[in-house]
Design a protein. Sequence first.
Length: 250
Amino acid sequence: MECCEKKEKKISEVAPSQGNNLNLALGGLAILLIGILIFNQMTINNLSAKLDNLNTAQIVKTTGQTAQATSGSTTTASFSQDDVWSEIAPKGTPAVYGNELGVSYDAPEAGISKMAAFDDYGGTPINLAGEKLQRYITITTAISCEYCCGAKAITSASGSPACGCAHSGAMRGLAKYLLDKHSDMSDDQILEELGKWKVLYFPQDSVKKAVALKSNNLPIDYISISSNKYRGLKTASAAGTALPGQVGGC
């Protein structure tokens, strides 16, 4: 009997110990599983973040390429040379002085000699003085004949001719005539008239300048296209029928 009691005692002492070990093992396994789940979730999150970054980078790259194309050849190609020329080319008879001088925007080469007659190098030069001379200098130093002679302006700071090309002479002559006969016109109005003729003298370059202005969301007017205001702007070509590079000789 005593022997049996001892065996039972031993069994009762061993059983709790085995139960504790089992609980510890199960707890350790649970912790391991939780660790694996956390690790897996972190791995999934990292992978997702990398995919998001990759997609974002691709979007930025694509957007950048689109923006570059828009400001480059794709944008300029979207402009038709013929359409731009139709938009900027003046037509008909100048309202103020056209009939007086017998000139028309539709015949730009024929008008060169008629307007150049009033230039210093012309046959019937107009001499300005005082306020009109100062206005003349302001107007003529704001525009150049860069596509022909490359001068910074059609006159010097003193008002004397800066080059002897026919286009400059016509623009200077017209400025003198308008200041002498139509001084009620503003400086910008006169400069705009010179710009109209410059567009007609250099169709190809004027279209390129207009396309560049459009591509940069800048105004399309004769002062912007033809004056020194945006002279440094990089020009861009457009698809379409070839326009003459120059009308009338230099």
